[in-house]
Ligand binder design. Structure first.
Ligand code: HEM
Length: 263
């Protein structure tokens, strides 16, 4: 293969180019999708980190009640997202369809039951959660390739900042060493560890090879997903009486889906 050919420096072509995966067809098709996603959601990521709820969470200022509400809402989000992924499977998601490693819904339910000590009826989704769920269903029906954007935003987030938030939650809520209440952040089926897996996941993204228009829709949709997540946090700010808190309009999320263009 071309990637193994040695250049004049004695390195292989792949080493010289510092490529994680060498694939001519990807090279001729614009930037790697993992890069487009990372760069294209940088601003939204920063904004998400700055929502009061998240800032407080990082400082260990989180109540068991609010954490339970978030867990319950995320349960609705992941149940829908994962059902949509199942509906299309590898046909649409390709090698990124790995439910056995990534699925979170059952874990969120376990956490919610532990945090609330309730066996009974699960709460209905909050308004912002309903919008998120509706968006997932809409995408699943009308532009299923964009489910990749939703998977990216949540799972890569859970494997990154999520691991930081896990430590904050365990400490602030005094969760037991045995893991109850924080199962959401554990990925026992990822044997190689989260750090290594994230690079594997990026390689998988890079093999999706969308057309230019598809790429823009996927990166746009990842930004939609970020805003939908911010709305969940903002809702909790409003609920907790944070001064001047408000939930931004659903339309602010949706506008990303039609406006993103690779710079
Ligand atoms: C990546 C921190 C909130 C989604 C990262 C990384 C860090 C981080 C350090 C880089 C990890 C790496 O490259 O290995 C945080 C912190 C957060 C936070 C401290 C809040 C306290 C969020 C939220 C979301 C999110 C709310 C979305 C729901 C992502 C995604 C990536 C990421 C998708 C992967 C970026 C890429 O490499 O393509 N985060 N994050 N993060 N985070 Fe966050």
């Amino acid at each position: 293969p071309v990637k193994d050919v040695k250049t004049s420096s004695g390195k292989t072509f792949a080493e010289e180019m510092d490529l994680r995966t060498f694939d001519i067809s990807t090279m001729s098709n614009g930037p790697m999708l993992s890069e487009s996603l990372k760069e294209g959601t940088k601003k939204s990521h920063k904004e998400a980190e700055n929502v009061s709820f998240v800032r407080h969470f990082l400082k260990g200022k989180i109540t068991r009640e609010n954490y339970a509400i978030l867990t319950g809402n995320l349960y609705h989000v992941y149940t829908t997202m994962e059902a949509c992924q199942d509906a299309h499977g590898a046909k649409v998601l390709g090698e990124m369809y790995i439910p056995e490693k990534l699925n979170r819904a059952d874990r969120l339910l376990d956490d919610w039951r532990y945090l609330t000590q309730t066996e009974g009826k699960f709460p209905d989704p909050s308004p912002a959660t309903r919008d998120y769920v509706e968006r997932l269903k809409d995408i699943s029906e009308n532009d299923p390739k964009c489910l990749i954007a939703h998977a990216y935003t949540r799972y890569m987030g859970d494997l990154s900042g999520g691991q930081i938030l896990a430590r904050c939650a365990r400490k602030a809520l005094n969760l037991p060493e045995t893991g109850e209440g924080g199962r959401f952040y554990e990925f026992p089926e990822i044997k190689e560890g989260g750090k290594k897996f994230k690079n594997t996941y990026r390689d998988m993204l890079d093999r999706v090879r969308p057309s230019g228009d598809e790429r823009d829709r996927i990166v746009g949709e990842a930004n939609v997903a970020f805003v939908l997540n911010m709305r969940l946090f903002e809702e909790l700010d409003v609920l907790s009486g944070v001064q001047n808190a408000s939930v931004r309009p659903f339309a602010d999320a949706l506008k990303w889906s039609t406006t993103w263009k690779e710079p």
